[in-house]
Ligand binder design. Structure first.
Ligand code: ADP
Ligand code: MG
Length: 249
């Protein structure tokens, strides 16, 4: 049997006694695409925080390629090939779209190297390819701060793709995107899976359907169920959780 790339074993996270995650087991295999759904406050973002080292679990183990990563810094875990897009897209507002991408695509990331070295031809080609693909090429020379919310989402996703991490974690990648942009994002994500291992957190069920990936449902910090979207939608516990929801989900 193939070795897992990511392994969470009985992970709990307590914030001053409030459990955002409780005894969570989760396993991913290389190249897998997985969707995570669950109502607001289910613990989805905390789950990513634990994987990326932003939050240290109160209990349990997190292994990356079989190696325990608990206690390692976010920078170290990122260098080990884990990349993340935050729920609110983080871009350098004052830099151009192209520069944002060049900075993340750069193989040498020390400030001095960035000032003195130009990007390799390969990396520059890659930046242009990505901008073309996501339709940001016409905006290459514009400040990222002037982009629409949807374009910033795509820029943030593109910056992640440019780093080419082994594991790509996307927290609500289509929030604020048009239907057209959403379906294109699904295509992009599907094309990343296989070569990369991808985890997508989303509320948008059309989008989750488009991805066609196995779904893990989180609720109150625990795994409610796992399966295809059709399977989990039939689960009475999932129906109950979602019926109790407001429109924002
Ligand atoms: P989701 O992303 O599924 O909406 P989160 O992981 O953001 O859920 O949050 C899960 C729960 O943990 C929520 O009740 C939230 O208020 C709480 N929480 C998250 N981060 C913190 C924190 N740093 N301190 C205290 N409570 C937190
Ligand atoms: Mg969240």
């Amino acid at each position: 049997m193939q070795n897992s790339i990511l392994d969470l074993d009985q992970v709990s996270v307590s914030f001053d006694g409030f459990y955002a995650l409780t005894d969570l087991d989760f396993k991913l295999y290389p190249g897998e695409l997985r969707s995570i759904i669950g109502p607001n406050g289910a613990g989805k973002t905390t789950f990513l925080d634990v994987i990326t080292g932003k939050v240290k679990p109160t209990k349990g183990n997190v292994k990356l390629r079989g190696k325990n990563i608990i206690g390692l810094s976010e920078q170290k875990i990122s260098r080990m090939g884990v990349g993340r897009k935050f729920q609110t897209p983080r871009v350098f507002e004052n830099l151009t779209v192209q520069r944002n991408l060049e900075l993340t695509a750069s193989p040498t990331k020390t400030p001095w190297a960035l000032l003195t070295k130009s990007l390799s031809a390969v990396a520059r080609d890659e930046v242009f390819k990505i901008m073309e693909y996501v339709g940001l090429a016409p905006y290459a020379k514009l400040q990222a701060g002037s982009l629409s919310h949807g374009q910033k989402q795509w820029l943030a996703i593109s910056m992640l793709v440019a780093q080419s991490p082994d594991i790509i974690l996307l927290d609500e990648p289509v929030a604020g995107l048009t239907d057209d942009e959403t379906s294109k994002t699904a295509d992009l994500i599907k094309s990343l899976a296989g070569e990369h291992t991808v985890v997508v957190i989303e509320h948008d069920m059309e989008f989750i359907r488009d991805l066609g990936a196995p779904v893990t449902v989180l609720h109150q910090g625990q795994k409610l169920t796992e399966g295809s979207l059709e399977e989990v939608k039939r689960d009475p516990r999932v129906i109950e959780v979602y019926l109790g929801q407001t429109d924002e989900n």
